[in-house]
Design a protein around this ligand. Structure first.
Ligand SMILES: NC(=O)c1ccc[n+]([C@@H]2O[C@H](COP(=O)([O-])OP(=O)(O)OC[C@H]3O[C@@H](n4cnc5c(N)ncnc54)[C@H](O)[C@@H]3O)[C@@H](O)[C@H]2O)c1
Length: 393
């Protein structure tokens, strides 16, 4: 398999000691038991060549893989289109800032390259719909990397809801925040083109859709600002959203609210603080997605809550280090799906029933688009357009 990666940032390479770097690690792990002929990483600056080479060398050494990756610098979607006319790939993974997802993914789909896009699909619904149309025109499978759908704690929630253990779902409450170093340092180049709800909150919008299959109806969003703005980043410090959903099977309404911020102190015990609650007529589930019960206290790092379940190098039963976690599962599943599509074992239509494909991901994109509109209208209620092609239950 030949894989193209667009972007050479922290999620791809784990650059600047930001951790494992999920995408290259995951492909390397996958390559230990499947054929990965070549990985090509493209981004703008030639400086990324050494970052990619060092990341791949570190990963190969850590998990005993033999991944081969080269680097190509490309300045624009037009250059990508030219490049694709001379170079063929089985699939691509797009991991660049939110506002660029559309142009690069469009170039990939127009050229028939099956694609996995990091969340959010796009910040606006119009762009998302255009990508869906490009996908249909070329019959090219594409999905969004919503890895929370693979987290076992969320699968428990899903099962309990489906089994009726909570009764009729009444409300869903999400608290999600991230250290201020992320908008100020890690994503300094583009944090003013996103916001905490669009970049992170979207995970829990997609999750609720995945958990329930409910239809988002309307939202009202308010933001606070000052701290980031004072430091030169034009983005909300916090975003607060009230979002109403409909259970399509009986028309009942569910209220969700999201409190998100991008200004947690850097001394916070994890990069992201995240928890949610689903309350129904017969029960309630409360999930702490930061505190997984693993606390590390040290002189150098203070108190840290570790999450060993997302993206980690862990030993298997034979003591060999493997890249594991729900982050890996999500990417490995996409690669397996590509092989199955190429072998005629599955179809885009079949995958669409269970995967976060483009159509399914339009739901969360419709919500972030409506939330961004409400934020600019001082909290006015904004209807979330219905995605007509979805067969609401
Ligand atoms: N970091 C994470 O844990 C994580 C997890 C899931 C999804 N994501 C998503 O991945 C995307 C990128 O995140 P990241 O952490 O790798 O960010 P990053 O800022 O570390 O890297 C961004 C990459 O995009 C490239 N880039 C920037 N501007 C560009 C342009 N104009 N044209 C082409 N390439 C450009 C940069 O060269 C860099 O390689 C975001 O959409 C984010 O939501 C990140």
């Amino acid at each position: 398999m030949k894989i193209l990666i667009i972007g050479a940032g922290m999620y791809v390479t784990g650059r600047n000691n930001t951790g494992t770097g999920t995408i290259l690690s995951s492909i390397a792990q996958y390559s230990k038991s499947a054929n990965v002929e070549q990985v090509t990483v493209v981004a703008r600056s030639q400086n990324n060549a050494s970052v990619v080479a060092e990341s791949v060398a570190r990963i190969n050494k850590t998990i005993g893989s033999n991944l081969k990756a080269n680097y190509q610098s490309l300045a624009s979607p037009a250059e990508l289109t030219n490049y694709l006319s001379a170079n063929k790939f089985d699939c691509a993974i797009v991991s660049i800032p939110d506002h660029l997802h559309f142009q690069y993914t469009k170039a990939l789909l127009d050229n028939g390259v099956k694609s996995l896009v990091v969340k959010p699909l796009t910040p606006t619904l119009n762009e998302g719909v255009e990508l869906l149309n490009a996908q249909k025109a070329t019959d090219t499978y594409a999905a969004v990397e919503f890895h929370k759908r693979w987290d076992e704690t969320n699968l428990i929630t899903r099962r309990y809801i489906q089994e009726g253990k909570l009764g009729q779902v009444l409300y869903y409450e999400v608290g999600y925040s991230q250290r201020i170093s992320i908008p100020l340092e890690t994503f300094k180049g583009w944090s003013d083109k996103s916001n905490i709800f669009q970049y992170l909150g979207v995970h829990y919008v997609d999750l609720f859709y995945f958990l329930t299959g409910y239809k988002p109806l309307r939202c009202s969003a308010l933001g606070t600002n000052g701290v980031l703005r004072e430091k030169g980043v034009e983005s909300w410090d916090s975003v607060h959203v009230m979002l109403e959903w409909e259970n399509p099977s009986d028309g009942s309404r569910v209220v969700s609210n999201f409190n998100t911020n991008w200004i947690d102190p850097n001394t916070s015990s994890a990069m992201s603080d995240q928890r949610y609650k689903v309350v129904g007529t017969k029960g309630r589930l409360e999930i702490d997605q930061k505190n997984r019960g693993v606390e590390f206290v040290s002189e150098s790092e203070g108190i840290q809550q570790l999450n060993p379940y997302f993206s980690e190098y862990l030993a298997d039963a034979d003591g060999l280090i493997q890249f594991q976690g729900y982050g890996h599962k999500s990417i490995a599943q996409f690669l397996t799906d590509i092989v199955d599509l190429n072998n005629g074992k599955t179809t885009s239509e079949k995958l669409g029933k269970t995967r976060p494909d483009l159509l399914s991901s339009l739901v969360s994109t419709a919500v972030i688009d409506a939330v961004n509109q409400s934020l600019n209208k001082n909290g006015a209620w904004v209807n979330v357009p219905e995605i007509e092609e979805i067969k609401w239950k």
